[in-house]
Design a protein around this ligand. Structure first.
Ligand code: FMN
Length: 186
């Protein structure tokens, strides 16, 4: 079975975007689309980047474990909040940490905001960075505006039918890219 990792990028105390990460895990498992796992950057608490993993002399066990999870994932969903028009430092921290692990990795991006625009201004900067690192970003969007109204703390959507319909289209694109990659054996 394919394995999807979901990166929950906010390390903020009262974060809300983690609700979206919880939702994706539930959605993927409920519909038996793949196995799913959340990589919670708040749990990892990585120190501020000072060197790429491949050049580190004594990498931490945690860093190695994180790298292995990205390497082995068939696909990745990044859930990111919008902070001042960009994505959080915690996310840039782990993108820069790895290199080959990101290569041709199918990645779908979900942006989240408390306001009405769903964090969509994050897309261009995050997609550019992922392109630079040679990942394969999926051409589908999953913007979540007014996140506190859309999901409860357990990741249950207020309007499950509408949310699942959106998720279906979004995850379908990711699965297509995962399958295409598998077929090419690359
Ligand atoms: C430093 C900071 C900057 C923010 N900038 C924006 C912004 O530019 N646009 C926006 O819609 N929301 C912005 N927000 C609100 C977030 O979208 C909101 O906190 C949302 O819940 C997602 O982030 P969270 O997972 O950390 O809670 C900002 C929040 C913080 C903490």
């Amino acid at each position: 079975m394919n394995h999807i990792v979901i990166i929950s990028s906010s390390v903020r105390l009262k974060r809300a975007s983690n609700r979206v990460a919880l939702y994706f895990k539930n959605y993927i498992e409920e519909n038996k689309l793949a196995s799913a796992e959340i990589l919670d950057l708040n749990e990892y608490q990585f120190p501020i980047f000072n060197e790429r993993l491949k050049l580190q002399v004594n990498p931490s066990v945690q860093t190695l474990a994180f790298a292995e999870k990205i390497k082995l994932a068939n696909g990745v969903v990044i859930v990111t909040p919008e902070y001042n028009g960009g994505y959080p430092a915690a996310l840039k921290n782990v993108i820069d940490l790895l290199y080959d692990e990101w290569h041709r990795k199918p990645i779908a991006i979900s942006t989240v905001s408390a306001g009405g625009f769903g964090g969509t201004q994050v897309i261009t900067s995050l997609q550019f960075t992922l392109w630079k690192i040679r990942a394969w970003t999926v051409p589908a969007m999953f913007p979540v505006p007014k996140v506190q109204e859309m999901f409860d703390e357990m990741g249950n959507p207020t309007d499950k039918i509408t949310m699942d319909k959106k998720a279906e289209a979004f995850i379908k694109e990711l699965l297509w890219c995962m399958e295409a990659k598998e077929k090419m054996s690359i």
